[in-house]
Design a protein around this ligand. Structure first.
Ligand SMILES: Cc1cc2nc3c(=O)[nH]c(=O)nc-3n(C[C@H](O)[C@H](O)[C@H](O)COP(=O)(O)OP(=O)(O)OC[C@H]3O[C@@H](n4cnc5c(N)ncnc54)[C@H](O)[C@@H]3O)c2cc1C
Length: 288
């Protein structure tokens, strides 16, 4: 399990990193926490000729609050998010999701940016950023652009990032009003990855009526997706056991569900419905 030979660069600034990527568009890969890339290189599923290690770029690791947004630098680790008292207060879905990733070692080293850029179909962050209607801020030699979470995940391990672009920041609209969030997951017993993971963000109106909702589901298909059928079924409904259960039935509408040694397609669809129901119920309980 030895990777193919590669060159290693550790730029100190984003500009230096972009210059290295631009000079080696087909052969360079960004190294963040290395928890997905290094195993892939050891298995020779990835053979980049150059690694651009962004771990020494200080401007990429932060959690900040603005008037109407939460900004998280791409190199912020899962553990930093899990343990952020600010996030626990203003957007508890983020620490809740982070706490369910892998184990302590993975959370200490793995980054939100690496996880989102990797787009593992069983990764946890894609479901959470979809439910939070986040934007990914990508930077390249031609400047910056914002990509909506729902447009970011294109296919298995494929995102809207261009080669030569770096994911710099995750920007999340700050939850306001009467909201409730939850992330519920069936962990694979070996890795901890999501067999099914469901993130729910509810915005409640008066009288227990759902004003709007966003539901992100991971683990089921080749990429995380927004469960529009569930959201439509919840819209303007009084939320109770019956309306929630009926909405959750739409969790895998129009989705090609995966089947593997651990979970058949039918079982995954079943889990998606059950965990969507549970996540909506948990989010409703927390809506204050
Ligand atoms: C044992 C184990 C258990 C795990 N369990 C889980 C789990 O339960 N849930 C879960 O979600 N994940 C899990 N993971 C994955 C973990 O969360 C990784 O941290 C994550 O997938 C990748 O993040 P990283 O920082 O390590 O990125 P890396 O491995 O360094 O990079 C991953 C990919 O993203 C690219 N990349 C990295 N950063 C950027 C950037 N800023 N801009 C553009 N491209 C970038 C790299 O070039 C590479 O292609 C597990 C990993 C291991 C080893």
């Amino acid at each position: 399990m030895i990777p193919a030979q590669f060159d290693y660069q550790a730029p100190a600034t984003i500009d230096e990193a972009l210059t290295l990527l631009a000079a080696n568009p087909e052969h360079a890969k960004i190294l963040a926490g290395g928890h997905s890339l290094i195993p892939a290189m050891k298995l020779r599923l990835a053979q980049p000729a150059m690694l651009v290690d962004i771990g020494r770029i200080k401007d990429l690791s932060y959690i900040r609050e603005e008037a109407d947004a939460i900004l998280i630098g791409a190199m912020t680790t899962h553990y930093q998010i899990e343990s952020s008292t600010l996030l626990q207060k203003i957007c508890p879905l983020l620490p809740e999701c982070a706490a369910q990733i892998g184990d302590v070692q993975v959370r200490n080293k793995g980054t939100i940016g690496g996880s989102i850029a990797h787009a593992d179909p069983a990764g946890d962050w894609p479901a959470a950023v979809i439910a939070l209607s986040a934007e990914m801020i990508a930077v390249g030699k031609n400047g910056e652009r914002a990509i909506k979470a729902n447009d970011f995940f294109i296919a298995l391990l494929t995102t809207a990032l261009d080669s030569g672009e770096l994911l710099r920041e995750v920007r999340i609209p700050k939850p306001a009003g009467r909201f409730g969030h939850a992330y519920q997951k069936v962990r694979h017993p070996a890795s901890g990855f999501a067999v099914v993971g469901v993130a729910v963000a509810l915005q409640m109106g008066s009288g227990g009526v759902c004003q709007s909702s966003a539901v992100g589901i991971t683990g089921v298909a080749s990429k995380a997706y927004r469960a529009g059928g569930v959201e439509q079924a919840l819209q303007d409904q009084p939320l109770n056991d019956q309306t929630i259960a009926a909405a959750a039935e739409h969790a895998t509408n129009d989705v090609d569900a995966n089947s593997d040694l651990y979970a058949s397609e039918e079982y995954r669809r079943h889990l998606a419905r059950v965990y969507t129901r549970r996540a909506i119920q948990a989010a409703l309980t927390r809506a204050s």
